[in-house]
Write a protein that binds this ligand. Structure first.
Ligand code: DHB
Ligand code: FE
Length: 280
């Protein structure tokens, strides 16, 4: 039986990882952000999941525009950090859970979600920064990780509704797995930000906070947010937030919000973090 201990939504801004790597988390710019991560790190320690499914996007690191999988699952035993132009981050290699990942791949594909399967892949800041946010700087990551990669880079990305349904299919797969495991799921990216073009720098705190407010109690309405609305309201890279809907879909309809942290800005981005646990 899998025990789904909860879901985390978190931004994955690369400079947050750089602040950890270069010992800057206590500097005045970063301290308020990292102070807010304290309770989330404690939650991670207290709950100590065996496996975390990390829903993230690759930023043209492992895949160029030659290959654009809409939904991809990593089934390898390990995933080294990607070189994003400055050499790979000096963080531990991510250890996979090949058995559970193959179970998920089979279950999702037979459940009509046509996943791409990756036997060999590097992972970029989209996946490693959330680990740094939740786990700080351990010698080895304290959990196995199943990378679940979503295209939000090249139009057309999947809809929020499709992502929400994929989350529900992940839950069905977890419920059908017969090993004793505790599992968490992270949805990463966002919150509002736009990195290029005329509207670069956009941050919309009202949109972000409304998204966080409705995520627990009214996920169906959040799943309805259209691509155009994300882009108008939260900037072109705000579309990353569809990945939070995969995390939300995997949880019960009823959840309790156990922690929230929202800080502006981290680099060019509104940084948000929310922890949700299943309620009956
Ligand atoms: C930034 C944020 C991101 O989510 C990302 O993938 C790259 C850069 C930023 O704010 O700089
Ligand atoms: Fe990103």
């Amino acid at each position: 039986m899998v025990r789904l201990i909860g879901g985390v939504g978190t931004s994955h801004v690369p400079s947050i990882g750089a602040a950890v790597d270069h010992g800057k988390t206590q500097e005045p710019y970063w301290k308020p952000l990292f102070d807010g991560y304290g309770p989330a790190r404690q939650w991670m320690k207290d709950n100590a999941p065996d496996v975390v499914i990390i829903v993230y996007n690759d930023h043209a690191s492992a895949f160029s525009l030659d290959l654009i999988p809409t939904f991809l699952i990593g089934v390898a035993d390990e995933f080294p950090p990607a070189d994003e132009g400055y050499g790979p981050r000096e963080v531990p290699t991510v250890q996979g859970d090949s058995k559970l990942a193959w179970h998920l791949a089979e279950s999702l594909i037979l459940d009509e979600f046509d996943m791409t399967v990756a036997n060999k892949m590097t992972v970029d800041h989209g996946l490693t920064v959330p680990l740094s946010i939740l786990c700080d700087q351990p010698e080895i990551w304290p959990c196995k990780v199943i990378p679940l990669c979503v295209n939000v880079i090249q139009y057309p990305p999947p809809t929020g509704q499709r992502c929400y349904k994929l989350g529900k299919a992940i839950r069905r797969a977890l419920d059908a797995y017969d090993e004793d495991l505790s599992v968490a799921i992270f949805g990463t990216g966002g919150m509002s930000h736009q990195l290029q073009g005329e509207r670069a720098g956009i941050i919309n705190q009202e949109f972000d906070n409304d998204f966080l407010d409705r995520l627990s109690a009214d996920p169906e309405s959040v799943a309805q947010i259209s691509h155009a609305e994300y882009i108008m309201e939260s900037g072109s890279e705000g579309i990353e937030m569809v990945m939070w809907m995969i995390m939300r879909g995997a949880l019960n309809d009823k959840v309790k919000e156990v922690y929230r942290h929202y800080h502006v800005p981290a680099s060019n981005t509104a940084a948000g973090l929310i922890i949700l646990e299943n309620a009956e």
